[in-house]
Design a protein. Structure first.
Length: 362
C-alpha cells in the first residue's frame, strides 16, 4: 500500500508549482483554472540522516529512502460537490488519498489571476472546506438511508454505524469538519469504508512571497488552522522551484543571501510523514540499507508483509536492534554480547528506528 497525500486548493494558488518543487518534475503549470485535469502523481523521498549513518557503518552499496506519494489534484471551485468544474471527479481523487495538503494563496501578483479577483485566505479556505463538508454530508446521508432499510436485521454493527452516521450528519449540518468531532477509534472504524474527506488529516501550505502583506495573509491561515489543530507550512513555491535547480554551492549562497534557514519542501515532506502517522524501520546490509515506512502501532508480522508476502507467510521470528545501539557499538557481535540483540515474535510492536532481520520459512 502506498501512502498518499493529496495537494488541493482553489485554481491558481500554486498547487502545480508546489508539486514541481516536491518532485522536481514538470507537471503543467498555467495561468488558468483546471490546467490539471488528471491528477499528477509523484513519489517523493523522505530524507532521514539515520539511513546514511547506518549505510556508512556497513558500507552499503545502495541506500533506499522511505517515500510518500504526492498527488496534484485539479483546483476545486464553489459548487464542486454539485459537479461544478468537474468537481465530483476531483473530490473522488481526494477520497483516494490518506491525507491532505491544502494550498492557500497568500501573495498578490497582478500577472497571476485569482479566480475571485482578490486575495482573501479565509474566504478561499472556507470555500474548499465547505465543498468537502457538503460532499461528506451527501455520502453520509446516502449511507444512512441505505442502512436504515436493513435495520430489521437487528445487526449490532449496523446499529452502531447508524449512530455514528447520525452524529456525523449533525456535525456536518453545522458546516464543521469531522476531524473536530472527536470520534473514537471504534467509531472511525465503523465509517472508514466511506473515506470521508473532512476526517482526513490536513496541513495548510501557505504560498507566500517576500512582501509584508503576505505575512498578514499568513497570520489568517494560522488562526484558522489553530481551530482545527492543523499544522501550517509557509513556502514560497516559485522561489523554491528556482532553488532546487541550483547546485549545492549556489543553493547555500542563495539561501544565505535571502536568510532562508530551511527549505519549505523539506518541512512539507516531514509533516506529511507525521500526518500519515508513520514511523520508520530499517533493513541493513552490504547490498542495501533501506528505510521502510509503516503505520505507528504495526506488528512485526505486518512489517514482514511490508517487505514481502513470503516473509509474513513463513514468519518464524524477528531479530531487532535499536538504532541507538547500532550507532554506538557499530558491530552486531558486540551488540549480542552485551544483550542488546533481541528476538521477538509476530505480535511485537515495531518502534521507530528499529533495525530488523526476519527469519522465515516458505
Amino acid at each position: 500500500m502506498g501512502f498518499k497525500c493529496g495537494i488541493i486548493g482553489l485554481p491558481n494558488v500554486g498547487k502545480s508549482t508546489l508539486f514541481n518543487v516536491l518532485t522536481k518534475g514538470n507537471s503543467a503549470v498555467a495561468n488558468f483554472p483546471f490546467c490539471t485535469i488528471k491528477p499528477n502523481i509523484g513519489v517523493v523521498s523522505v530524507f532521514d540522516q539515520r539511513l546514511n549513518s547506518l549505510a556508512e557503518i556497513v558500507s552499503s552499496k545502495k541506500i533506499i529512502n522511505a517515500s510518500i506519494e504526492f498527488i496534484d489534484i485539479a483546483g476545486l471551485v464553489k459548487g464542486a460537490s454539485k459537479g461544478e468544474g468537474l468537481g465530483n471527479q476531483f473530490l473522488n481523487n481526494i477520497r483516494e488519498t490518506n491525507s491532505i495538503a491544502h494550498v492557500v494563496r497568500c501573495f498578490k501578483n497582478n500577472n497571476i489571476t485569482h479566480i475571485y479577483n482578490d486575495i482573501h485566505p479565509k474566504r478561499d479556505i472556507d470555500i474548499i472546506n465547505t465543498e468537502l463538508v457538503l460532499s461528506d454530508f451527501e455520502i453520509c446521508e446516502k449511507a444512512l438511508l441505505k442502512l436504515k432499510k436493513k435495520i430489521i436485521s437487528k445487526n449490532k454493527n449496523i446499529e452502531k454505524k447508524i449512530n455514528v452516521l447520525e452524529k456525523c450528519l449533525k456535525h456536518l449540518t453545522e458546516f464543521l469538519m469531522l476531524k473536530t468531532l472527536n470520534l473514537n477509534l471504534d467509531e472511525k472504524i465503523h465509517i472508514s469504508d466511506l473515506r470521508l474527506l473532512t476526517l482526513k488529516p490536513t496541513m495548510y501550505i501557505a504560498n507566500i512571497n517576500e512582501e509584508k502583506e503576505s505575512l498578514l495573509f499568513l497570520n489568517e491561515v494560522y488562526k484558522i488552522a489553530k481551530k482545527e489543530n492543523a499544522p501550517v507550512i509557509p513556502i514560497s513555491a516559485n522561489l523554491e522551484l528556482d532553488i532546487i535547480d541550483m547546485n549545492m554551492i549556489e543553493q547555500k549562497s542563495f539561501m544565505k543571501a535571502f536568510n532562508i534557514k530551511s527549505l519549505g519542501l523539506n518541512n512539507i515532506i516531514k509533516e506529511g510523514y507525521k500526518l500519515l502517522n508513520l514511523i520508520t524501520f530499517f533493513t541493513v546490509g552490504i547490498k542495501e540499507t533501506r528505510a521502510w515506512p509503516i503505520l505507528d502501532g504495526s506488528t512485526s508480522l505486518q512489517a514482514a508483509h511490508k517487505i514481502h508476502s513470503d516473509f509474513s507467510k513463513g514468519f518464524i521470528r524477528v531479530q531487532v536492534i535499536k538504532y541507538s545501539d547500532f550507532i554506538k557499538y557499530k558491530n552486531e557481535a558486540k551488540i549480542k554480547e552485551i544483550g542488546k540483540f533481541r528476538t521477538e515474535g509476530k505480535n511485537y510492536k515495531i518502534e521507530d528506528g528499529d533495525i530488523v532481520h526476519f527469519l522465515f520459512n516458505v
